[in-house]
Design a protein around this ligand. Sequence first.
Ligand code: KIV
Length: 299
Amino acid sequence: MSTIAPVLTAATVSTAAPQRKKVTITAFRQKKERGEPITMLTAYDYPTALAEDQAGIDSILVGDSLGMVVLGYQTTLPVTMDDMLHHSKAVARGAKSALLIGDMPFMSYQVSTEEAVRNAGRFLQEAGMDAVKLEGGRERVDAIRAIVSAGIPVMGHLGLTPQSINQLGGFRTQGKTATAAKRLIEDALLLEEAGCFSIVLESVPARLAQLISKKLSIPTIGIGAGVGCDGQVLVTHDLLGLFDRFTPKFVKKYADFHAEMQRAFGEYISDVQNRSFPALEHSVEMDEKEWQALQTEIG
Ligand code: KIV
């Protein structure tokens, strides 16, 4: 990495976007009341968080999808608290206005409510997050109540809950039968009652997600759950075309960065190989007088 600091000109300083007001969980609720869709994306690093924040995103989720799209695991199960805190800190350094949500990884909230509260607290105390998210329905109510009563806002996550893929039998749509749909509605109401400020609905039939959104006074954030949710979230690496393995049906790809990265890396490799990089404009020269002095000095 270059250690030469860029020169800050008046132009670079004056084009900086004015700081937006910090988005809070109250703003989430108000958006639902006004019928304004809430926007959310994942981020795992400083530059992505900075760009999303400057683009005006309402909320950034440091998702445990980190495990798959950044760390290269097959599932989210191997992700640890240390992984999540490390990436959450980087995101917090980049985003100043968006509501920041840290995703509690597998086994950080399932063992006991004490551990759940302690781990949730670490996201706020150590990593600069504003809230946490955790997966599951009725079986998580005690943990949610305990975390909320410690003053930590909690976002729920229902439907396809990737930390339970071994139980769900893979990454599949949930709530497709009347019985499963009824259970999802009950779970959503229980999470609201337990104190969640919002709930992610992942890979749920659109009509069911809309029905749940109407029944709740807290906002739902959909991913693969249709347009009837109160907001939408996507995994940023899917949106940017950065994840090479697969693209879920519900993703809209807004860019093809994987191909663009390959193109740029290929161009760099051939520029270095044929010595067209670095060119003169990428090089620094010594003052001629100093150069001559050096020549004299070394003979
Ligand atoms: O981990 C994650 O990115 C998520 C989103 C898919 C909601 O949980």
